[in-house]
Design a protein around this ligand. Structure first.
Ligand code: NAD
Length: 488
């Protein structure tokens, strides 16, 4: 019996069993070894590492660790493609490629969903219903802008920047790629993108989509490897760096680029407040809490990881939340019934374990529903902490795992003060029946995105991004395009 099972309290789920419903894995054909995608060709790697499935620790493929010289070759290929054709193409022609990419992503959706779950550990129902459709939607949306930039920015004569270096994290590998590549190409830039070291496979499969779409060679280049490859990309002669990842690395990049003429956007960490008022529809709010923190194992920059509940309803909310947590199915990411998949890496699991231990040591009450975690792979049960003080590390630091900290408040002013008591400012949620209270809170919450009576909703037309330690710049919408343009 695992620790999690021993910890179970009287609160339990409905107690029925689901038959296994595994998605067929053979839709994905993996190569043994992947090179770097530069100038439309695969470069033989000089150095490699193994990428694995975090659910089973099974090796999946050998991946290139790009050297600074190889990164430089990719940047040179992107420069050549920018100068020899891409930037001069009419927007309507660029749009055709983006539309093609979007349609191919839709056609190959199942393959991408399986691969994303295999390499990243996320439940197939999320990669199938969220990651892949949203990635395609970003390409469709930006295809629409490619020939309308003059209308998006009237009288400002928008021009592409040149070569964009893009660095993305492991929590939404394909979706983050789409958030980066689609606006860059729509604006007439070329790209060198580096996926995260633990989840390179969907970006490498995407190279095949680029070939199918007949995108001119060098317009998109993919270099793989860890932070050293990312740092080499930041150092190279690019015109723009778009980074999504941790606040720590974001700050290092900002220092590296200080004084250089390189446009920078940073999408960094978060510690979002999800605020439940006593007049909220509690059952609906409980679904929102679960979606806010257990979606994608809590590996979500905008996760609602700090729950603020009005004191008069806290008992009701916690009781219903624990009951709902008992119904979450944790396990095989490729099973269509799974709600919570594997933690992305051993390193991330250790970080979660360390922060959870600190929460217990500092005096918070932990609850985890009964669930049998697989023996192999990286797993962490959905967790909620009550009796949390604002000073505890679990209320201050980004855990980036399925761990919720519950705090209480009495008045809207107190909720607001506590919600804003964080160095981050990415997102927030408000649950109340009163429209005036939603607007009052939204005006005062220091967060780039505020959801009302819902959580974790995304649309390519809606700009996303933070401020303070959550970064600057926006992705999505007209605001997102601006980050890839200069104005004459
Ligand atoms: P990370 O900062 O460790 O890594 C992100 C990427 O940067 C990876 O590709 C990594 O290889 C690369 N990298 C590492 N060191 C580098 C360096 N010195 N120079 C250049 N590149 C370097 O973050 P992570 O652990 O992969 O991702 C989790 C973080 O990302 C969380 O903090 C999360 O909140 C954040 N995130 C933010 C958003 C957003 O939109 N704001 C979205 C998703 C994730």
């Amino acid at each position: 019996m695992t620790d999690v099972e021993k910890r179970e309290t009287a609160v339990a789920g409905p107690g029925w069993d689901y038959a296994p419903a595994p998605e067929a894995r053979d839709v994905v054909q993996l190569r043994e070894r992947y090179g770097l995608f530069v100038g439309g060709e695969w470069l033989e790697p000089t150095e490699t590492y193994t990428t694995i499935s975090p659910a089973t620790e099974e090796p999946l493929a050998e991946i290139a660790q790009a050297t600074p010289e190889e990164v430089a070759r990719a940047v040179a290929a992107a420069r050549e493609a920018f100068e020899n054709g891409w930037s001069a193409l009419p927007g309507s022609e660029r749009a055709k490629y983006l539309f093609r990419i979007a349609r191919i992503l839709q056609e190959r959706a199942r393959e991408f969903a399986v691969l994303e779950s295999l390499n990243g550990g996320k439940p197939i129902k999320e990669s199938r219903d969220v990651d892949v459709p949203l990635a395609a939607a970003h390409f469709f949306y930006h295809a629409g802008w490619a020939d309308k930039l003059e209308y998006a920015f009237p009288n400002r004569r928008p021009q592409p920047l040149g070569v964009a270096g893009q660095i993305i994290p492991w929590n939404f590998p394909l979706l983050m790629l789409a958030w980066k590549i689609a606006p860059a190409l729509a604006s007439g830039n070329t790209v060198v993108l580096k996926p995260a070291e633990t989840t390179p496979l969907s970006a490498l499969l995407f190279c095949d989509v680029l070939r199918q779409a007949e995108l001119p060679p060098g317009v998109v280049n993919i270099v793989t490897g860890d932070g050293r490859a990312g740092a080499a990309l930041v150092e190279s002669p690019v015109d723009k760096i778009a980074f999504t990842g941790s606040t720590e690395v974001g700050k290092a990049i900002q220092r590296q680029l200080a004084g250089k003429h390189v446009k920078l956007t940073l999408e960094l960490g978060g510690k979002a407040a999800n605020v439940i008022f006593d007049d909220a529809a509690i059952d609906q709010a409980v679904e929102g809490i679960v979606n806010g923190i257990y979606f994608n194992q809590g590996h979500v920059c905008c996760a609602g990881s700090r729950l603020f509940v009005q004191e008069s309803v806290v008992e009701d909310v916690i009781r219903k939340l624990k009951r709902r947590m008992g119904t979450l199915r944790v396990g095989d990411p490729l099973d269509k019934n799974t709600d919570v998949g594997a933690i992305n890496s051993r390193q991330q699991l250790e970080k979660i374990q360390e922060l959870v231990a600190s929460g217990e040591e500092e005096g918070a009450q932990i609850f985890q529903p009964a669930c049998r975690l697989p023996e192999k792979g990286y797993w962490f049960a959905p967790t909620v902490f009550t009796d949390v003080a604002q000073s505890y590390r679990i209320a201050q630091e980004e855990i980036f795992g399925p761990v919720l900290s519950v705090l209480t408040f009495r008045t809207p002013e107190e909720a607001l003060e506590k919600a804003n008591n964080t160095p981050y400012g990415l997102s927030a949620g408000v649950w109340t029946e009163k429209g005036s209270r939603i607007l009052w809170m939204a005006e005062r919450l220091r967060a780039g995105v505020v959801w009302a009576n819902t959580y974790n909703r995304f649309d390519p037309a809606s700009p996303f991004g933070g401020y303070r330690e959550s970064g600057f710049g926006r992705e999505g919408g007209r605001h997102g395009l601006e980050g890839y343009l200069r104005f004459e």
